[in-house]
Design a protein around this ligand. Structure first.
Ligand code: ATP
Ligand code: MG
Length: 780
């Protein structure tokens, strides 16, 4: 065992200690909520650093949110007592963007690629669906978006999809074509969608083993938190990163460490997770990744943690009772030594408003008794539940913050200004350019846009390149001038960016050059006042970013904005009550938790009942919510619920029945509420409101059939880049032209079919390796 400073291990129980100190190829820590999984991972990193076994450069830790990453980094630094520069602690997405920006060239992309958010992807899909008239086949943009995302999370690219296509099904054939055009559209725009970030990194590693080896050599310790919510692509990424390094990629100075065959063992891998908290199946998360870990990584050491340090026994008993109704799970016995604590409080409101009033009153009481607002959280299943809560909180003067609800970056004016920045970083992004072409108004109408687009298409260039040719298009002097001015402004900002300019300075150039703010000021519309403030806020964000990240340029800023996750907005120092969805609550903890809307159709949500495993997943969500509470837990519901202007009768959640009655102290039970309520339809009694909470309910068996085991599609290594090089074959001695590197001569070709790689000696750009299928090249 390594020599570790005892102070690093202080307070750990024997199992936790074992997990921190274990040294071996792979370690799996499975344990229930609040048992110290994240804490152990943090200490493990600290122990590797403090003992000198690893340098910060060799650590890659993956967390679920950027906020969790920052917290972990701070804790590690605190534990080892010094800076830990070069350590990668980040989300999957952030880590992949960093890799992809560095390696973009290898993949035939440019480092400034745009990260499409779901609205951008949706817009592209919508256009394609319309082009193909595909909604007649029930392929709506929403359905298509979900389906494409699913393929990417399973690493099924266009070619793999095509190979397994049922050609008798017109909807399948149409979907394939949409998928193909969507992929090509992203490529053309030098853009990646969210799912691509992971999938493309896996493709990169598989297509270019020497690139993978760079990262395999660097990251000798890979650690993943919340492993139960990894999807297949993320699983594959970890697999690639931790592979043994082939002899030809082993650096000379590490030869002594190699296996007999000359390879270097893969990185040590630590994963921690809790299958009972897997709540992202709808995004492709696959519990099997944790269940089958021991099979995939032989010689794995498994550590179980059973002591919970977060919650009181009452809260834990409720959580254990609920989750034990799920089948096919590892039985865990969480215990605590802190004692029973307060009973759980239950409340049934007459309306969502009444329920909100209960929450507000209890919060005021807790606050008066000494609980700070920042230690109080209110959870709900859907965002639509926030309205009554906000109404009451505002009236009661309670400070609150909606986590993930501000949507700052979704505001039109922010999207406009961001589109300017994105265009500068990625001139191939036509979508961004179309957004700003006539924003602010400069007289470029749809006809002019069409003329520019036609010119770009004819020349085979991006829309941005067409701007400079405006004079040739006979558009009239005024419009022509406006287009040329815009082109020049973008060029100026781009020069600033390429010279290493900061996002803040580039933004200033763009704002003053475009007249965006003046145009808003000129309207005297009070709405526009708010828009101006928002743009100014964005400017402060860029300045703040520059201050915190002195080395970061425009690309880093754009990455940060593209990846802000809901949970990142939580500000621990703020004296506010946190309101958030149950999904956002993962990994967090609060002294007092209010779980609202514990009703049928909300929790379980009505969309879940049709899905295989849906009710079990909703139960896990309830379990996650309960286990966030340290000392106080409040469960509330309402007899009626309004949504989208409709009011309907609500029923207590079936999950309430699963909590032993003695654990909940009902301030107003569903029974009390109905016996007093005058407005309630009579039929309700018969359906179970009379009597105790949710009593009298009987549901037919809710167990859905076991989901069929889906065959995993291991996508072939580098297919799917439908970059339309078709069957281009190259041989040694051929002359080629690359859009970026210019002309060159092929000196070698390796690999077959879609995996052929050409080694090209460029006349001016040096030697490069290119994937023939996808590289932007033509044969001369
Ligand atoms: P979740 O499943 O919700 O992610 P977790 O297993 O990651 O939970 P942590 O968040 O690491 O659990 O720990 C829960 C709480 O218990 C934290 O407040 C942590 O500081 C505390 N804790 C963990 N281990 C110990 C210990 N040995 N002694 C005292 N407190 C501990
Ligand atoms: Mg955790």
């Amino acid at each position: 065992q390594p020599a570790i400073d005892e102070r690093l291990l202080e307070g750990l129980n024997p199992r936790q200690r074992e997990a921190v100190l274990y040294r071996g190829p792979s370690l799996l820590i499975v344990a229930g909520a609040g048992s110290g999984k994240t804490s152990v991972l943090t200490r493990r990193i600290a122990s590797l650093l403090a003992s000198g076994e690893a340098s910060p450069l060799q650590i890659l830790a993956i967390t679920f949110t950027n906020k969790a990453a920052n917290e972990m980094r701070e804790r590690v630094q605190h534990l080892v007592g010094r800076a830990t520069d070069g350590m990668w602690i980040s989300t999957f997405h952030s880590a992949c963007v960093r890799i992809l920006r560095r390696q973009a060239e290898v993949m035939g992309m440019k480092a400034g690629f745009t990260i499409y958010d779901s609205a951008d992807s949706r817009a592209l899909i919508k256009r394609i669906v319309k082009e193909l008239d595909a909604d007649t086949l029930n392929l709506t943009p929403g359905i298509v978006a979900g389906k494409i995302s699913k393929q990417k999370n399973e690493l099924v690219d266009v070619e793999t999809y095509a190979r397994n296509l049922n050609t008798d099904d017109p909807a399948e054939v149409a979907f394939l074509e949409i998928y193909r055009r969507y992929t090509a559209g992203l490529r053309r725009a030098n853009a990646l969608d969210f799912d691509d970030l992971i999938a493309e990194t896996v493709h990169l590693f598989r297509a270019f083993p020497e690139v993978a080896a760079l990262y395999q050599r660097r990251f000798r310790h890979v650690l993943v938190d919340e492993y139960q919510d990894t999807n297949h692509a993320q699983y594959a990424l970890i697999r690639e990163l931790t592979r043994p390094i082939k002899p030809q990629h082993v650096p000379d100075d590490t030869r002594t460490l190699t296996a007999p065959d000359g390879s270097l063992p893969g990185a040590s891998l630590t994963v921690v997770g809790d299958s009972d908290q897997s709540i992202y199946a709808f995004r492709g998360a696959d519990i099997r990744n944790i269940v089958e870990f021991e099979r995939d990584y032989p010689n794995t050491k498994t550590v179980l943690l059973e002591q919970n340090y977060r919650s009181t026994q009452n809260i834990l008993d409720a959580a254990n009772a609920v989750i034990s109704n799920n089948f096919d799970r590892l039985e865990k016995n969480l215990f605590t030594t802190v004692g029973a604590g307060h009973p759980i409080i239950g409340y049934t409101g007459y309306s969502g408003h009444d329920e909100a009033q209960f929450v507000a009153d209890e919060i005021s009481a807790l606050h008066s008794a000494g609980t700070p607002y920042r230690e109080i959280a209110v959870f709900y299943r859907t965002n639509s539940q926030t309205r009554p809560l906000e109404d009451v909180f505002i009236r009661s003067g309670l400070p609150y913050k909606i986590i993930g609800g501000t949507k700052f970056y979704e505001r039109a004016e922010i999207k406009d200004v961001m589109a300017y920045l994105i265009q500068v970083a990625n001139p191939a992004d036509d979508l961004a350019l179309r957004r700003i072409l006539n924003t602010p108004k400069r007289g470029i109408g749809p006809a002019t846009e069409a003329a520019l687009q036609a010119h770009a298409d004819k020349m085979g260039v991006a829309l941005r390149d067409a701007l400079g040719d405006a004079a040739q298009l006979e558009l009239g002097p005024k419009v022509t001038r406006a287009i040329l001015d815009l082109g020049e402004l973008l060029d100026e900002a781009e020069a600033q960016h390429l010279a290493g300019g900061k996002a803040a300075d580039i933004l200033l150039t763009l704002l003053s050059g475009s007249g965006y703010l003046e145009a808003l000021r000129a309207t005297r519309d009070p709405q526009d006042e708010a828009r101006i403030e928002n743009v100014e806020e964005l400017l402060s964000v860029t300045k703040e970013f520059a201050k915190n990240n002195p080395d970061a340029g425009l690309l880093e800023f754009l990455t940060e904005v593209a990846l802000v996750a809901a949970a990142d907005e939580i500000d621990d120092d703020s004296g506010s009550i946190s309101l958030m969805t149950l999904h956002t609550a993962k990994g967090l903890e609060y002294d007092a938790v209010f779980l609202t809307g514990v009703e049928e159709d909300l929790l379980p949500h009505r969309i879940s009942s049709g899905e295989p495993g849906g009710l079990a997943e909703e139960r896990r969500l309830f379990y996650v919510g309960i286990t966030r509470a340290k000392k106080r837990l409040f469960l509330s519901l309402s007899m009626q619920r309004s949504s989208f202007g409709d009011t309907s009768v609500a029923m207590p959640s079936r999950y309430l029945q699963e909590i032993p009655a003695g654990l909940i102290d009902w301030r107003q039970s569903p029974g009390d509420a109905t016996s007093r309520g005058g407005t309630r339809p009579r039929a309700l009694n018969a359906r179970g409101y009379a009597g105790g909470p949710a009593r009298g309910f009987s549901y037919s068996t809710e167990l859905p059939p076991a989901p069929p085991r889906v065959k995993r599609e291991w996508a072939s290594e580098i297919t799917g880049k439908v970059r339309d090089n078709g069957d281009l074959t190259l041989a040694e001695g051929d002359r080629i032209r690359h859009t970026d590197f210019g002309d060159g001569r092929v000196v070698a070709v390796t690999g077959v079919g879609t995996k052929s790689i050409a080694e090209v000696q460029f006349d001016t750009a040096g030697k490069k390796r290119l994937l023939i299928k996808i590289a932007p090249i033509e044969k001369l």
